[in-house]
Write a protein that binds this ligand. Structure first.
Ligand SMILES: C[S@@+](CC[C@H](N)C(=O)[O-])C[C@H]1O[C@@H](n2cnc3c(N)ncnc32)[C@H](O)[C@@H]1O
Length: 196
């Protein structure tokens, strides 16, 4: 993993959640493989990434980290895996970029085994009416262009809470952002109910 492609947007709690993943783990929007430095080495890892430029490096990094399964070239709105086929799903800084958050969450729920968990880390919109949200709104058009469709004011937490997945852990924290404006994050674990 190169320093260029590792990231710091994870607090200690989130590193703990990612480090606790076990079994067959699907990572959506896996990028260049930024999370290999904190993922356990003994999981059965499968990455998913729609951007062909990132996919090649993800495949290289996955293999280098002992995960030979080729990554899925797909969007998380249509995960090419059977129902109830993975123990856990991981996604860091992905729901800000997808076309249809609700559909991604439904797909995550579909591929998870009952009792399986979705571990997420997402930057989110600052509280309505705050100056930070106004700054995010000003930055939004530039971020959409510069950061591959990223929406800085998306209300991701309410969409996760409204999904079929049950909240097990949810935490909020801020990290330093551009021009001295801190960025709010939400991170946690939601679980697929054992009986639906
Ligand atoms: C900000 S990057 C985050 C990459 C990595 N997860 C990380 O934490 O650094 C967002 C990633 O989501 C991917 N992405 C965009 N739209 C997607 C979609 N519909 N389904 C899955 N991944 C998507 C992008 O190609 C990109 O790799």
């Amino acid at each position: 993993m190169t320093a260029e492609h590792s990231h710091q947007a994870l607090d200690d709690q989130t590193r703990r959640l990612v480090g606790a993943l076990r079994g067959r783990v699907l990572e959506i929007g896996a990028g260049y493989g930024e999370n290999f430095d904190i993922l356990p080495g003994d999981i059965d890892y499968i990455g998913l990434e729609p951007n062909p430029k990132r996919l090649d490096e993800l495949a290289y990094e996955a293999e280098r980290n002992g995960h030979p399964t080729p990554p899925l070239a797909a969007q998380a709105e249509n995960i090419p895996l059977p129902d109830a086929s993975v123990d856990a799903v991981l996604g860091t800084m992905v729901l800000c970029s997808v076309r249809d958050t609700e559909r991604v969450l439904a797909e995550v729920a579909r591929v998870l085994k009952p009792g399986g968990s979705y571990v997420f880390v997402e930057h989110v919109g600052a509280p309505r009416g705050s100056w930070r949200r106004a700054a995010q709104r000003i930055a939004a058009p530039f971020m959409r262009l510069a950061a591959g469709g990223c929406d800085p004011v998306r209300d991701t937490e309410s969409r996760i809470r409204a999904s079929q997945l049950e909240v097990t852990e949810m935490e909020h924290y801020d990290l330093p952002g551009a021009l001295g404006v801190s960025v709010p994050f939400v991170a946690g674990v939601v679980t697929k109910p054992r009986e639906q």
